[in-house]
Design a protein around this ligand. Structure first.
Ligand code: TTP
Ligand code: MG
Ligand code: MG
Length: 548
């Protein structure tokens, strides 16, 4: 947001929603958080030095283990996301909208173009507030078929690049481009050279000068070629992209050079952590508003990723090992699984965490409880709350074997109910796979909820009326949904199914790569910057000298 005063906008939103039941509930929640903060301050004061040191050791080991695994796996992830997607499709199909502040939605906005964002108009804003912020705003109704068609048209471009990819939502894709990077060869067109020079390489410091033969530059070219392919396949829609050695980092990098730009994070753990150092934790996938708020209060007073990594000992000591996944993410090493849309067609809400491998079922059960608490917060944060009927759990054994289990048993109305079901499912998984468990324990647990009672369709909220005459059964998951949202729901189920399949493919590739790398021995020193001076000069001469 540029050229506008964020405070003015927030004030307007607060004024418009003042005195509602929601704001008094918010105040109550804020009071509870302050009370919780006071409790935590007391516990922090009472904590011994040795306890803190022990927690630091646990956190450091998890960080070191994850960093070593990422280096050994040597993956390169390319995330790409359409720029103001729905609005861009509308403008492409109706050029009279070009240059005018416009948004897509009805009641609640799905998105806004960049001209409208200058006024503070954004996704999730009620239409009446948006009109106050920007009286000349043009609002057009959503056309899901057009967006789905645009998404479909880029599938050949994705598949032409890699078969290891996940559609994160209609407008975002995560691709593993390791093989493309490692088998890359020149030459480059002038256009490509120019784009690589426009690429944001992060962190931007002298230790990481652009090495023309580096995997980072290769990734930048591959990313550009992909974005060009998308623009051609969609008749002019642009994507922005991010590259990193972990998925969380690559995802976060998308937004660092938007719109129509790309960011490449240097492919080594210290650089990955440096990229996120000053980024607010609230922007990290998996850290929701409640967690961010708790961390911002005493005794933590953490607002940035670097802050969370620095204060990891205190945070683990007071909040438990469930926070470990967030610490890894803030250090740029996270492999968090994302759910797709936040508003139109939310498919699942879940959380997973990686920790030091354990064979203690009590520790696993504690972790499941922490995860359920976080998932519950995310389920109950919106109004009305999401009421799930399906619980899916996942465990990763220390042997890198993943197992999951899903069950649908009526609606879940309380955190205790969720916790009971998830724990039962996880312990069941451990029992059924006791030989894997016995080899080295478990290092990751995930809990996800789906098949919600209440759904949000095309920006307007409503409770599913399953008795209504137009309710139909989703052919993919078997859940009853209203006829008007059947296509949208089924589309999301398909996306989830594709996500699960590509995840399985990806895991199998990763396991093979790990096995191969272990066979070869350690550390080829991949992904380091050149350290040379005048990077652009070196870079230019390399590519221009490259034989065709
Ligand atoms: P986003 O990628 O989050 O947003 P965007 O593409 O509009 O803008 P940006 O350039 O920042 O990426 O979401 C993709 C589409 O999903 C968006 O165009 C509309 C839809 N959407 C909703 O319907 N509700 C939401 O709350 C959000 C965030 C998006
Ligand atoms: Mg987008
Ligand atoms: Mg997106």
């Amino acid at each position: 947001m540029t050229g506008i005063d964020k405070e003015v906008i927030n004030k307007m939103i607060t004024q418009t929603t003042r005195n509602t039941a929601k704001t008094s509930r918010e105040a109550e929640k804020a009071e509870n958080r302050l009370r919780q903060s006071e409790e935590l301050v007391k516990r922090a004061k009472a904590m011994g030095k040795r306890e803190l040191e022990g927690c630091e050791k646990i956190a450091d080991e998890a960080l070191a283990q994850q960093a070593a695994e990422l280096v050994q796996a040597g993956r390169v992830y390319l995330f790409a996301d359409f720029d103001c997607y729905f609005a861009a499709v509308e403008t492409r199909d109706n050029p009279s909208l070009k240059g005018r502040p416009m948004a897509v939605g009805g009641g609640i906005l799905s998105t806004a173009n960049y001209e409208a964002r200058k006024f503070g108009v954004r996704s999730g804003l009620p239409e009446f507030i948006a009109r106050r912020l920007c009286p000349q705003l043009v609002i057009v109704p959503p056309r899901m078929e057009a967006y789905q068609a645009a998404t479909a048209s880029i599938q050949p471009v994705i598949q032409g690049l890699t078969d290891t990819y996940t559609m994160m939502s209609l407008d975002e894709v995560c691709m593993d481009i390791t093989r493309n990077v490692d088998t890359f060869s020149g030459p480059l067109s002038q256009d490509e050279i120019a784009e690589v020079k426009r690429t944001k390489f992060l962190p931007a410091n002298a230790d990481c000068a652009i090495d023309p033969k580096s995997r980072e530059v290769r990734a930048a070219v591959i990313s550009y070629r992909f974005r060009q392919g998308v623009e051609k396949a969609t008749n002019g829609l642009t994507m922005s992209s991010g590259v990193g050695m972990s998925k969380v980092l690559a995802k976060m990098a998308i937004d660092m050079n938007k719109p129509n730009g790309q960011t490449v994070c240097y492919l080594n753990p210290p650089a990955s952590a440096a990229v996120l150092k000053d980024i607010p934790i609230r922007k990290v996938p998996g850290i929701g508003p409640v967690a961010a708020n708790t961390l911002s209060l005493p005794p933590f007073e953490i607002t940035t990723c670097g802050g969370l990594v620095d204060k990891r000992a205190l945070v683990v000591a007071l909040l438990g090992q469930g926070i470990q996944g967030s610490i890894l993410s803030c250090a740029g090493l996270g492999h968090y699984e994302f759910s797709g849309f936040q508003q139109n067609g939310q498919a699942s809400i879940g959380q997973e965490t990686t920790f030091r491998a354990t064979q203690l079922t009590s520790v696993v059960a504690d972790t499941v409880r922490d995860l359920c608490a976080k998932v519950w917060v995310r389920l109950t944060a919106p109004e009305p709350s999401w009421v799930p009927s399906r619980v899916t759990v996942k465990v990763r054994f220390n042997t890198w074997v993943d197992k999951s289990h899903t069950e649908r048993l009526g609606f879940i109305e309380s955190e205790a109910q969720l916790c009971e079901r998830a724990t039962e499912q996880v312990l069941g998984l451990l029992h059924r796979n006791h030989s894997e468990f016995a080899k080295g324990g478990v290092r990751l647990v995930g809990v996800a909820t789906s098949d919600f009672k209440h759904d949000i369709v095309s920006g307007s909220q409503g409770t599913l009326d399953l008795d209504s005459a137009d309710a139909v059964e989703c052919p993919i998951c078997g859940v009853m949904v209203p006829g008007k949202s059947a296509d949208f729901h089924a589309n999301n189920c398909l996306a989830l199914q594709a996500q699960a399949e590509s995840k399985a493919r990806e895991d199998s590739i990763r396991r093979k790569a790990l096995k191969k790398a272990k066979g070869k021995g350690k550390g080829k020193g991949k992904g380091k910057g050149a350290g040379a001076s005048s990077p652009n000069k070196v870079f230019m001469s390399y590519f221009l000298a490259e034989p065709p």
